[in-house]
Design a binder for this molecule. Structure first.
Ligand SMILES: [Zn+2]
Length: 505
């Protein structure tokens, strides 16, 4: 009986194959005479032909080899003078919110919010980001992202914050507990009403995220800043247990850490990636931004253990630029934000986060906006220098630097989607990285760290066709990403003109 059934089904399968050979076998896309730049290669392949079928790279040939004819129905692109590179991966984003807008403000301005949410995915693509890793999301967050049509591929980590610690502290109680399904509750801590602490052990939260489809675990070590400086932080044993459970489930652990204390904690706990550079030196009682013996010891431990680090230098600029008097007039912004959103950012309501930070900064009462800008720039000099110096130290010693922006890192409009990635590249150049190092970080290093390297990160047969056609060699200049010729997303060719905000499409 069962033998007969399987025979029948294989006959049906064969019949299908003979009916549909064209549809099954034709290359959807063929790129001719292109120079392939891929991070696993020491040198480019010139004058290559690349075939894409069903959203994957199926063939790469040098010119002059046997089959010169394009397959029936394939879209052919002449890649003469162009470079074919893998699509970029931003390994640290937050896609749930519109930069600078609270959920209440979003509800009050549905038209602006709709235009923003429709544009944000396109803005990432415009700067070459075909894959995004949202470090704190849920299956509902993924579904919402996918509802916007043409969107970069998105993967997510579950956010394993310590109960009432950073960054769940910002939401009011008790609603915050609903928004953090993977929070950790340490033994000896009183669980909130109606929540079973057994569901919030390291093992339990990792199992739940895994079955929800997360590919990674995000946790936090942050005592706080601004008005909340005494937040609870996890015990070392808790994070070691989280790492063990995650590794057993095949998932990397990323930890929010921007201070020397947090970086040291993360290395001791065995996390895979530190999700920020080291710009707060709290253990050091020096005012210098030159690397001290104490800082060097932590960086050397990161190198020795091959810990991944996301410098995320634009996080600091996302605060700093809120005080810039010219920022909202930057023409680059109008490529990535709808004009009604930029207008709203200018309004008193849109300036709310700037206002709240102004009060925290305690500027002199009579300080003009220009004076505030100067004052703030001065205050940021040493913190920016510290992240530049620690990043440079790792980069010079072949540390495992991941490319991530943390867009948007706070409710700031000065972390614009896509553009923020390109700006982060400028900051990495400031730290002494080369365009080639940045290229490897944003492709293969990221793909490996997130265990996505069988799918993406290089231009190789079998990989997903998330590709960029560039007018310049990305290993030579980051300007290659500022005027992309074509973005290819799962085999679909996208024209950057159609991805730009405020264009008639
Ligand atoms: Zn983040």
């Amino acid at each position: 009986m069962s033998g007969k059934l399987s025979l029948l089904s294989s006959i049906r399968w064969l019949a299908l194959m003979t009916v549909l050979p064209g549809a099954l076998l034709a290359a959807d896309l063929q790129i001719e005479h292109v120079t392939i730049v891929s991070p696993e290669r020491a040198a480019p392949i010139t004058d290559a032909r690349v075939r894409v079928h069903d959203g994957r790279i199926v063939d790469i040939q040098r010119a002059g080899s046997a089959t010169d004819q394009p397959h029936n129905g394939a879209e052919v692109i002449d890649g003469s003078g162009l470079f074919l590179a893998p699509g970029l991966i931003d390994s640290h984003v937050h896609l749930g919110e519109i930069p600078g807008m609270t959920p209440d403000q979003e509800a009050a301005h549905p038209d602006i919010a709709k235009a923003a949410r429709d544009q944000i995915p396109r803005s990432y693509l415009l700067y070459g980001f075909t894959t995004l890793i949202d470090l704190i999301s849920t299956p509902q967050g993924v579904a919402r992202w996918k509802s916007h049509g043409v969107v970069p591929d998105m993967y997510f980590c579950g956010g394993a914050a310590l109960m009432d610690g950073y960054s769940m502290n910002y939401a009011p109680k008790p609603q915050r507990y609903q928004g953090w399904p993977y929070m950790l509750i340490e033994s000896g801590t009183q669980a909130p009403d109606g929540i079973d602490p057994a569901m919030h052990t390291p093992q339990a939260v990792v199992s739940r995220m895994k079955s929800d489809g997360a590919i990674c675990v995000k946790t936090f070590f942050e005592r706080g800043f601004g008005e909340d400086r005494n937040l609870p932080v996890p015990k070392l044993d808790t994070i070691r247990a989280l790492v063990k459970a995650a590794h057993n489930a095949g998932m990397p652990v990323l930890m929010h850490a921007n201070s020397d204390e947090a970086h040291k904690f993360g290395v001791d706990a065995g996390v895979d990636v530190l999700a920020h550079g080291m710009w707060n030196w709290n253990l050091e009682h020096s005012t210098t931004s030159e690397i001290t013996p104490g800082i060097k010891k932590i960086l050397d431990a990161e190198l020795k253990n091959n810990v991944g680090v996301q410098p995320t230098i634009q996080v600091l600029y996302g605060i700093k630029e809120l005080f810039s008097t010219s920022y909202l007039s930057d023409p680059q912004l109008s490529r990535v934000f709808p004009s009604n959103l930029i207008d709203w950012y200018r309004s008193p309501e849109g300036q709310w986060f700037h206002q709240s930070l102004s009060q925290e900064m305690k500027f002199p009462a009579d300080a003009s906006p220009a004076q505030q800008e100067l004052d703030l720039n001065e205050r940021f000099v040493s913190v920016v220098d510290r992240v530049l110096h620690t990043t440079a130290y790792l980069a010079a010693r072949h540390g495992r630097i991941l490319f991530g922006t943390d867009t948007p890192s706070a409710p700031t409009f000065a972390n614009p989607p896509g553009l923020n990635g390109w700006l982060e590249m400028h900051r990495l150049l400031d730290a002494g990285e080369t365009p080639a190092q940045i290229f490897v970080s944003a492709t293969l290093t990221n793909a490996r760290a997130l265990k996505l390297d069988r799918e993406i990160g290089t231009v190789q047969v079998g990989k997903r066709a998330n590709l960029l056609l560039l007018r310049q060699d990305p290993t030579q200049t980051i300007d290659a990403y500022a005027g992309i010729a074509k973005v290819i997303l799962n085999g679909r060719v996208l024209d950057p003109l159609g991805l730009t905000a405020n264009s008639a499409r």
